[in-house]
Design a protein around this ligand. Structure first.
Ligand code: SF4
Length: 105
């Protein structure tokens, strides 16, 4: 296996692991009778309207799985390229937050 193939495999495994953690967190939430806000009004998370997007961004801040959601969005940037993920409508914002957090850890 080439170094690049190994790196790509590692990226894919990280994305799958992050997705599994997010799915498990959502399952735990559903078992408590709750849903992430984006599961009740999904269109708002992919709206073209800045006002609607701001509503989705604010709703994410109350989401119990926001940390798992952001970890997944960072691990799988292709899937999370569009829409609001973890209260950030722009993937570049997630990158900045991740770099900031890694420096403060
Ligand atoms: S944090 Fe993620 S899972 Fe929660 S509402 Fe926002 S986009 Fe949905």
């Amino acid at each position: 296996m080439t170094a690049r193939a190994g790196w790509l495999l590692g990226v894919a495994v990280d994305a799958l692991t992050a997705r599994e953690r997010l799915d498990n967190a959502i399952i735990d939430l559903v078992e408590l009778g709750q849903f992430p806000p984006c599961h009740t009004e999904p269109d708002a998370w992919f709206s073209d309207s800045p006002t609607v997007i701001e509503t989705a961004v604010a709703a994410c801040l109350r989401c119990p799985v926001i940390h798992q959601c952001r970890a997944y969005a960072l691990a799988d940037p292709r899937t999370s390229r569009y829409g609001v993920w973890a209260s950030t409508p722009d993937p570049r914002q997630r990158d900045v937050l991740a770099r900031y957090e890694s420096r403060s850890a």
